[in-house]
Design a protein around this ligand. Sequence first.
Ligand SMILES: [Zn+2]
Length: 272
Amino acid sequence: MSQATAVLSVDCEWFQHTPAYRGARGSVDSSAVGTEGMSFLLDAFESGDVTSTVFVVGEIAKTHPGLIERIVSAGHEVGSHTQTHAHLDELSSDDHHREVERARETLSAVAGTDVIGFRAPSFAIGDGHFRTLDRAGYTYDSSIAPCRSIPGWYGGSHRRVRPGPASVFTEGAPSSITELPIAVMPGLSLPLTGTWIRFFGVRYTLYGMRLLARRGITPVLYVHPWELVDLPAVEGVPRRVYVRTGSWMRRAVTRLLESRFSFVSMHSLLDD
Ligand SMILES: [Zn+2]
């Protein structure tokens, strides 16, 4: 049997972009936190001979072109995580279109490659999302968390865990867009990464990955650079954001990358 594949994608955003930071009083050197986390991830990918997809916030590419160069020259795919990390379901359809189109233009120009993949902040996509992506020139999306409803967060609107044309997730969506949902635990129906790996532990994530692989589904995991850093305390940011960030999460990522899975880019899943 050939080795099972998995994706460890990155949502490259600064600490200040996270919804949890909205209530912050005081400030932090957010880009320093982000670049430290990205450096750890890129080093870990290199030592594990791993290829990833990094969904980058467009405005980061403008201020940190060297980071994008490093991602591209290491052979990783650059995807889009909007221009400003706006929550798309809070925008008008014109603003939604601008967020995704500007991000694709900015990222393609800085990366020097075509950017075809998209992930929405907080899995919030709003109406007409797939048509908007199609118009802006994207080929695939990974913004659906097919999990139970987590009040105040996300989930509850989609249950299909298998990749497929966007039209099977949302009626009337263009079939030219492929949806690659993020991995959730069968039965429990909660994501395998994000907050959930930090709450439930690495064994939870690895067990879920094996269950999905047995069903022929490539698990799509995600991580944020700020999770890999000992976060500076900021008043007004909920305590749960800090749980097991920093050294615990660094060990967790290392254990995932040392598992039996072969880690590939999102883009490569489209060819299967
Ligand atoms: Zn994000």
